[in-house]
Ligand binder design. Structure first.
Ligand SMILES: *Cc1c(COP(=O)(O)O)cnc(C)c1O
Length: 355
């Protein structure tokens, strides 16, 4: 720490991203990326746009916003496009939280929520998931602060229904309810139809998972005009050009080639259910998942050991050294080939261990 660092950040522990090894040949099942590349049209659109990189990007992201408005049936002033959805989550915490406006979210959820709260000096309460790792919607009705829920939740993969989300939204008319739908394309039911009925709801989405664009950094939020306008004020007070030209072009092309991405999501769902069965056969406890990952616990070996031994065999999964979940690993669903290599590796780890 330099002697110039502001005292207000002295105690801040930043978010720990999953490992991103460069150049090695790991099978990467640790950060919920798609195992499939972007569609050919998406790649072509991005590379064509490279020829115009001498020009600033459109700070209003008009073409992409129009395409999203068409795709999701909302008006353009109900959408804000950002540099990944982490970006809009940060704006939401900053815009709607302060010392007098606290947040609530589950105790086991996306690690960035508490980081963004601390970064902004926002008091927050982490509400424990039930023992089976589900969210009790009742805990969030008439909440003590703005509500943030990842649906499906991460790293559990468990989903709330839209009617449960609606109960939460409608019991908090004077509180912001933010639903982070990073994984909604893998089987959950979206809360988007509610945004035109409730002006306190903000839904965030990302192109990182279901649309194979994690490296492009593209996310967006949909909500009431007033909420979106507040978030825009923050975006334009920080970095209006945060979505670059190539990423914007890729996003528009990805929406045009929706069928490719929908088919990939279907493949991932099919693979997920097959792997769930195989892990259960091997004695794992596997939580229900509506996402592109499984959260699983072996009865035979700790989460840390499984993570380490898989890494030794060239397979990366995610392990969280946190209360209640340290026995679990989070396994991103890859291709069928990658998943059979994973299962083979698990079998060999178990064979070694029973010797
Ligand atoms: C991956 C993820 C995000 C954000 O991803 P971006 O790449 O920043 O769009 C947001 N929320 C959850 C729960 C995630 O898992």
């Amino acid at each position: 720490m330099s002697r110039f660092f502001s005292a207000r950040f002295a105690a801040l522990t930043p978010y720990t991203p999953g490992e991103q090894p460069q150049g090695q040949t790991f099978i990467k099942l640790n950060t919920n990326e798609s195992p499939f590349p972007p569609s050919p049209g998406t790649i072509k659109a991005a590379s064509r746009e490279a020829e115009r990189l001498q020009l600033y990007s459109d700070p209003d992201c008009r073409a992409l916003t129009a395409a999203l408005a068409g795709r999701y049936g909302v008006s353009q002033d109900q959408i804000l496009v950002t540099n990944g959805s982490d970006d809009i989550l940060y704006y939401a915490f900053t815009a709607f939280g302060d010392a007098d406006h606290s947040f609530v979210f589950p105790d086991i959820t996306y690690g960035f929520y508490s980081v963004y709260a601390k970064l902004n000096g926002i008091p927050f309460r982490e509400i424990p998931l039930r023992a089976d790792f589900t969210i009790d919607p009742q805990d969030y009705c008439r909440a003590a602060g703005s509500v943030v829920i990842a649906n499906p939740n991460a790293p559990t993969g468990i989903c709330l229904s839209v009617s449960e989300i609606e109960k939460i939204v409608c019991s908090n008319p004077d509180r912001l309810v933010l639903i982070d739908e990073a994984y909604i394309d893998f089987g959950g039911e979206s809360a988007l139809p509610l945004v035109n009925r409730y002006d306190n709801l903000l839904v965030t989405r990302t192109f990182s998972k279901s649309r194979s664009l994690a490296g492009a950094r593209l996310g967006f939020g949909i909500g009431s005009k007033a909420i979106i306008s507040d978030l825009k004020t923050l975006k334009f007070s920080m970095n209006p050009y945060s979505v670059n030209r190539m990423t914007m072009a890729a996003g528009i092309a990805a929406l045009q080639e929706d069928a490719y991405y929908t088919a990939n999501c279907q493949k991932i769902i099919t693979t997920r259910e097959a792997v769930r069965l195989e892990l259960s056969k091997r004695g794992f406890t596997v939580l229900d998942s509506s996402a592109n990952f499984l959260f699983a616990k072996s009865g035979r070996i700790s989460g840390k050991q499984l993570y380490l031994q898989l890494k030794e065999q060239g397979i990366l999964v995610r392990h969280f050294e946190l209360p209640r979940i340290s026995d679990f690993v989070r396994i991103t669903i890859g291709t069928d080939e990658q998943m059979s290599l994973l299962l083979d590796a698990i079998d060999s780890i178990f064979r070694e261990e029973s010797k």
